[in-house]
Ligand binder design. Structure first.
Ligand code: XMP
Length: 334
């Protein structure tokens, strides 16, 4: 591990706009010095880290940057559209948008083991991204949204500590794609990344977005993914997010989402038997995702969510609220 990967003790915590502006200015100069007039590639998921890197690099090197957004078909409702809107339209950015939904869902058909699903999604993600990278000429650098906790995690893993789940980032590109890395956020903690993101003009909702796993809705559509259940999950999750926003809970709760298992129960709708899946709601608070507590959601909000999901989402006939902390539950169900 090189020293440039260790945060100096003297480095001030970036908590204000002025500190963020100074950081941006310094990184813009560094990136320009590092890449010169060469081209840089970035996998832009739309998450906080990759979005902030994109905005920073657009400021530093403009159209020398190409962002590739791979829609794996497992994004939340409206997310890919937001990436295209902000980076493709509002910012002066070279954005390649790839709708790879069919590639991913075809590979995942019939696969129910969570770790196999993760591996398939991670591997395919790299392949789709590599396909796009090969189409571009003269790219010498790969930018990444690595942040300091990622560096600390890899130090832990190098010391032989085992992870509970195999989280993936863009790593391990094929041999023929050798790039030098540009990682302007690698010494920052998440709260600092958000301050920098706002200073760069990214929308508040994007910068304060709750964490979302790389495999996306793939690990929330429990068991073998089907398109109809995935669709129901996406719609139910969008309702949950909307109601949390309305109730002012969005920034009080660290992570909240819906999971839909592959089981059906008997219900009744319009006086007829109605078999459907349950939507499972999870809303947790945590500092570091290693342990998590359950957020107490007011019953009025829960009732509204239950009413809307069962009323508006085809295929769902019950809503369950998971009250299990971590441990023993993990935050995600898979
Ligand atoms: P767990 O379920 O392990 O989740 O308690 C802890 C945090 O990690 C996120 N998570 C993932 N993030 N790839 C990711 O990038 C993954 O495969 C993955 N699995 C879980 C989870 O959403 C929570 O924030």
């Amino acid at each position: 591990m090189s020293n440039s990967n260790i945060r100096p003790e003297s480095m001030a915590r970036i908590t204000t706009r002025a500190l963020a502006d100074a950081f941006i200015e310094e990184q813009v100069a560094r990136v320009r010095a590092q890449v010169g007039d060469k081209k840089v590639l970035l996998a832009l998921s739309g998450g906080v880290d990759s979005s902030v890197v994109a905005a920073l690099l657009i400021r530093a090197i403009g159209r020398q940057l190409t962002c590739v957004h791979v829609n794996h078909g497992l994004m939340r409702k409206g997310e890919s559209e937001q990436v295209v809107e902000i980076f493709g339209r509002e910012m002066d950015c070279n954005l390649v948008y790839v709708d790879a939904t069919d590639r991913f869902l075809d590979l995942l058909a019939g696969v129910s083991d969570p770790e196999r699903k993760r591996k398939i999604i991670g591997k395919e993600f790299i392949e789709v991204f590599a396909d796009e990278a090969r189409k571009l000429e003269g790219v010498e650098f790969l930018a990444q949204g690595t942040i300091y906790p990622d560096i600390l995690e890899s130090i832990k893993q190098a010391e032989g500590k085992k992870a509970v789940k195999s989280h993936h980032n863009v790593g391990g590109l094929p041999e023929d794609l050798k790039f030098d890395l540009v990682e302007p956020l690698k010494l920052l903690f998440k709260d600092e990344v958000r301050v920098v993101g706002e200073a760069l003009g990214l929308p508040h909702a994007m910068v304060y977005r709750q964490p979302f796993p790389g495999p996306g809705l793939g690990v929330r559509c429990l068991g073998a993914i089907t398109r109809d259940r995935l669709h129901a999950l996406r719609e139910a999750d969008a309702i949950l997010r909307e109601e949390f926003d309305r109730a002012g809970l969005a920034e009080k709760v660290w992570q909240y989402f819906v999971a839909v298992p592959d089981i059906k129960s008997v219900g009744v709708k319009d006086d007829s038997r109605y078999e459907g899946w349950p939507a499972i709601i999870r809303a947790v608070n945590t500092k570091d995702a290693m342990t998590a507590t359950i957020e107490e959601i007011p019953y009025a909000v829960l009732h509204k969510i239950v009413a809307r999901i069962t009323d508006e989402v085809e295929g769902i006939n019950r809503v369950l609220y998971d009250l299990t902390p971590k441990p023993t539950g993990t935050i995600e169900w898979e």
